[in-house]
Design a binder for this molecule. Structure first.
Ligand code: ATP
Length: 264
């Protein structure tokens, strides 16, 4: 009996915008429920890769599959969390979530129960009836996550979701993402510039190299459960991995041929 394919798999995936090669033979695999962080210098192609997974663009060459089937366009099995939540300003938090539920065809009677559950999951049970302008940036971002979860995607795509919030809120949101990931087993692809954020939230970290490169290095994160425990940030293995990734990225600033971590 053959093994089930990974949830998401890229094999020698390449992409170019006109003359510029942005991704060059990128390969990775993501299992159900895993969190993958995409890390790398500005312009290395993190958002481009996320857009390929979302189906907004199609690969130039190589393979990109979801449960073994090529990604040929956008689909409800993948959902993007935009910075700031991209909420409907004229709808309350609850109505924003219920709108997404109605798009999935959830019956009106069931929507209230589902929105209660989702808003509780993101820690917003008490402010369900507030409008976006009555909420902080972190709260709006949480509503955005609840709305995306309402679509029951297989993969949640997050492009620097917490870049615009303060450090403390950001840490809280990172912990919440991990709680949500444990509760829903929805896989997550998480773009960030921040090494510490990548190590804290991810099961694996893919470092892309500058200037149309490929994968500079891939790291497996092995921290004790529960992964949302803030004290994980102080563990020696966390600090070691952060340092190793930092050095890899410094290395990645040199041409690929000189890089000691360059992928074969
Ligand atoms: N629509 C487009 N048309 C042409 N070139 C593009 C387009 N979008 C991005 N690029 C180029 O592709 C390269 C990768 O961009 P991308 O946004 O994927 O990088 P990134 O790693 O997400 O960057 P950042 O960390 O700054 O957000 C850049 O050189 C960028 O200028």
């Amino acid at each position: 009996m053959s093994a089930a394919p990974p949830l998401l798999e890229a094999v020698d995936l390449s992409f170019r915008y006109d003359a510029e090669t942005v991704l060059d033979r990128v390969s990775f695999a993501l299992s159900r429920g895993e969190v993958l962080a995409l890390l790398g210098p500005s312009g290395c192609g993190k958002t481009t890769l996320l857009n390929l997974i979302a189906g907004f663009n199609l690969p130039g060459s190589g393979r990109l599959t979801l449960e073994g089937a090529p990604i040929a366009g956008p689909g409800s099995d993948r959902a993007v969390v935009f910075q700031g939540g991209a909420l409907f300003d004229w709808l309350t938090a609850r109505a924003n979530v219920e709108f997404a539920l109605s798009c999935r065809g959830v019956a009106k009677a069931e929507r209230r129960r589902a929105s209660d559950r989702l808003l509780a999951l993101v820690g917003l049970a008490d402010v369900a009836d507030r409008f976006p302008y009555e909420m902080s940036g972190g709260m709006r971002q949480r509503v955005g996550v609840a709305r995306v979860l309402a679509a029951e995607p297989r993969v949640m795509l997050m492009d620097e979701p917490f870049a615009a919030v303060d450090v403390q809120t950001r840490e809280t949101l990172q912990e919440e993402v991990l709680r949500i990931n444990a509760a829903t087993r929805c896989a997550i692809v998480f773009v960030t510039h921040d090494i510490e954020e990548a190590v804290f939230v991810a099961d694996r970290v893919l470092v892309l190299s500058r200037g149309g490169g490929g994968v500079a290095a891939e790291f497996r994160v092995d921290l004790p459960a529960p992964r949302w425990n803030a004290l994980n940030r102080l563990r020696p293995e966390f600090l070691r991995l952060r340092e190793e990734i930092y050095l890899t990225m410094k290395d990645g600033l040199r041409p690929a041929a000189e890089s000691r971590h360059a992928a074969a």
